[in-house]
Design a protein around this ligand. Structure first.
Ligand SMILES: CC(C)(COP(=O)(O)OP(=O)(O)OC[C@H]1O[C@@H](n2cnc3c(N)ncnc32)[C@H](O)[C@@H]1OP(=O)(O)O)[C@@H](O)C(=O)NCCC(=O)NCCS
Length: 425
């Protein structure tokens, strides 16, 4: 007989089936709980709630494990490219050479952005945050690229368009915000080299593509490519469950990622490190983060799932050192980061709360060395997370058990009361 747990409520016994994942993790299936018992569960922040079965990414927060489709992220960071990892996440397998070439050709074919979209970019206030612009523009893509009739073709083309155009759009918003000429994508460049060229090439100073920088960008994007049911991915799945088009669902993911508790942390970390470097108030910052009356948090520390270490942070830390060495750069923020990490890791508060550097702690230093402006940091995270969002959306659309996401609540407001006319209030 299948495993189950027994719930005793109001003198009756209810059997709830246990579901076991491929890595042995167990979950109580409560899908019939309300029907059978009249009860619902309450789990603010969903810290104990599995929303789906998924075959894409495996995370073990206690052991610091992260695998995409079974392959350890360390191996992908060392040996794969972002394009290949994106293919793996979306299609489930590493592509044979012929398939990878076909994928590259498709990405090239769809890399241009409709010229009329430039007008929109030009009309955003110069001070607009690029994440707000990206979210709006990705949503606008549906108006420029209407739905195709064939469902399979629609999915393939929409997915390719998104992966390819998001990089063009991100670079475009950077150029336009500076008042510079837009640089178009080139079919002779690889995915990451193309993005860097669109970001930094200029008629007066041609951009020299450095393979070490291209490698660093590939690693950065691979490390961000998926992270199972995180806040922005959950947003993509929830919004997608209403059967909106993929662009709208991804736009919601970008909006969620913008938040400082999620992807926005990479910008917040570099700002914190900069402030410490300027003012030297490292110990005050730590004291502030530990003060329970103060809502301040040390950005780049802590994670909902990782409670021992974040494997991505280790790779990113190494990458920061390697890149700065290769480019012969020194960054005082790296010294501040190292000192902050050293102090925090020995501090009782951080140890007791399981607070370790997360992926965002060192990623800003890598992005800064590549030359990415600070307000574009989270946009780079969004480009990286895109294949994960797409893979998760696709999986949900193909899942016969996936339905409209509509959580319940425990109502805690007033009982029924009459409307009082304004003159009697
Ligand atoms: C990522 C994060 C939202 C996860 O939080 P969570 O799983 O919901 O955990 P909680 O918010 O319940 O925090 C648990 C405890 O640790 C403390 N804590 C968590 N992160 C902290 C941080 N960065 N600085 C100081 N205290 C922190 C909380 O105040 C809480 O303390 P308490 O139990 O004494 O009240 C949280 O660690 C955070 O805000 N980190 C900073 C932002 C960041 O780097 N985000 C990027 C994530 S990749």
């Amino acid at each position: 007989m299948a495993e189950h747990i027994t719930l005793i409520y109001a003198g009756k016994e209810f059997r709830l089936p246990l579901v076991t994942g491929s890595e042995g993790e167990k979950a109580i299936d409560i899908s019939l709980l309300r029907r059978d018992t009249g009860l619902i569960t309450l789990d603010p922040g969903y810290a104990n709630t599995g929303s789906c079965k998924s075959a894409i990414t495996f995370v073990d927060g206690e052991k610091g494990i992260l695998r995409y489709r079974g392959i350890p992220v360390e191996q992908l960071a060392e040996r794969s490219t972002f394009k290949e990892t994106a293919y793996l996440l979306i299609n489930g397998e590493l592509p044979p050479q012929k398939e990878l070439t076909r994928f590259s050709v498709l990405l090239n074919d769809h890399s241009l952005v409709h010229e009329d979209m430039k007008t929109f970019y030009q009309n955003f206030p110069r001070s607009s945050h690029p994440m707000g612009i990206l979210s709006a523009m990705v949503n606008a893509l549906r108006s420029f690229y209407p739905e195709l009739q064939d469902l399979d073709e629609e999915t393939t083309i929409t997915v390719t368009r998104l992966l390819s155009k998001v990089r063009t759009m991100a670079a475009m918003s950077h150029k336009i915000s500076r008042g510079h000429t837009v640089v178009y994508p080139r079919s002779d460049l690889t995915y990451c080299a193309n993005f860097l060229n669109m970001m930094f090439d200029s008629p007066v100073k041609p951009y020299e593509i450095d393979p070490d920088v291209v490698k660093a960008l590939n690693v950065f994007l691979i490390l961000h490519a998926d992270h199972e049911q995180n806040c922005s991915t959950a947003a993509v799945r929830v919004v997608g469950s209403a059967r909106v088009n993929l662009y709208a669902a991804i736009s919601a993911g970008i909006a969620a990622l913008w938040g400082p508790l999620h992807g926005g942390a990479n910008q917040a970390v570099i700002e914190t490190l900069g402030e410490i470097a300027r003012s030297g108030n490292l110990h005050q910052m730590i004291a502030r983060a530990k003060d329970r009356r103060n809502p301040y948090r040390l950005m780049g520390f802590g994670h909902r799932v990782y409670k021992t270490f974040d494997p991505r942070a280790r790779i990113m830390k190494r990458m920061a050192h390697v890149l700065l060495d290769k480019l012969n750069l020194s960054d005082p923020l790296l010294d501040v980061a190292r000192e902050l990490e050293e102090i925090a890791l020995k501090d009782d508060f951080f140890i007791e709360h399981h607070l370790y550097p997360n992926v965002d702690f060192y990623s800003g230093i890598v992005l800064k060395a590549i030359g990415i402006p600070i307000n574009m940091f989270t946009v780079l995270f969004a480009i990286g997370r895109l294949p994960g969002w797409i893979a998760q959306w696709k999986e949900s659309m193909d899942d016969p058990e996936w339905k409209l996401c509509r959580p319940r609540q425990v109502y805690s407001g007033p009982h029924e009361r009459p409307y009082v006319p304004i003159e009697e209030r």
